[in-house]
Design a protein around this ligand. Structure first.
Ligand code: 13P
Length: 253
């Protein structure tokens, strides 16, 4: 069975002291969460300090982005090896904010996915439709296109080492959570895409997270859906109580 993963995407929040304090609290209380793996993704400048605060705890460290090249003249960018060097195990790729604000494309996300896998990082590849696309009945097509583009040429051996996150853009930071049925429908579609491209056995191994206004109060209903294998949490991951509360809502394996 797929073990639930609760990932905190801190986005561009915290300062050094509060990032370390939050990581220390999550690490100290991680035993409250028995049915899920925990991961925190701080701003890149705090990765090293947060990693130190997490040392010895079961909480994993992840980044929010990276560049696809190994090194060179790419001012301001961070390489996959730099992330593994400071102890990051995962990296969020293609978050809708990067797609919408920085214009990141499926092709770029695809390139980053390969670079992350090659470096031994677990990519968390994000997909999700915008409100107009959902209202126009295009959700399934948009998700399929992002899946095909972002995960083009990924082999069955590789896909089991990555995580997919479904984050409907209209539910991010808006307090408007997708209903468990709406989320499960897309997650089941993603599982079907994986099954069609690979096979059922491979598809069953891939964790698919839901993201978009996940809170302790709505987490158990979402996480009890058969194809929802965890959560990618934004706002609520900035409070240890809320983040751990979401983790405690995880179903048993
Ligand atoms: P919120 O939980 O704040 O809606 O953010 C979700 C998200 O974008 C996580 O990556």
């Amino acid at each position: 069975m797929r073990r639930t993963l609760i990932a905190g995407n801190w986005k561009m929040n915290t300062d050094h002291a509060s990032a370390v304090a939050l990581a220390e609290e999550v690490a100290a209380r991680a035993a409250e969460v028995t049915n899920a793996d925990l991961l925190v993704c701080p701003p890149s400048i705090y990765l090293e300090s947060v990693g130190k605060a997490l040392a010895g705890s079961p909480v994993a460290l992840g980044a929010q982005n990276m560049y696809a090249e190994a090194k060179g003249a790419f001012t301001g960018e961070i390489s996959p090896a730099m992330l593994t060097d400071i102890g990051a195990e995962c990296v969020i790729l293609g978050h809708s904010e990067r797609r919408a604000i920085m214009g990141e494309t499926d092709a770029q996300v695809n390139k980053k996915t390969f670079a992350a896998l090659e470096a031994g990082l677990v990519p968390i590849v994000c997909v999700g439709e915008q409100l107009e696309q959902r209202e126009a009945g295009k959700t399934q097509a948009v998700i399929a296109e992002q899946f095909e583009g972002s995960l083009a040429d990924v082999t069955a051996e590789q896909v089991i080492h990555l995580v997919i996150a479904y984050e409907p853009v209209w539910a991010i930071g808006t307090g408007k959570v997708a209903t468990p049925e709406q989320a499960e429908e897309v997650h089941a579609d993603l599982r079907k895409l994986l099954t069609e491209r690979y096979n059922a056995e491979t598809a069953e191994k891939v964790r698919i997270l839901y993201g978009g206004s996940v809170k302790p109060g709505n987490a158990s209903e979402l996480l009890s859906q058969p194809n929802i294998d965890g959560a990618l949490v934004g706002g609520a991951s900035l409070q240890a109580d809320d983040f751990l509360g979401i983790g405690s809502a995880a179903k048993t394996d």
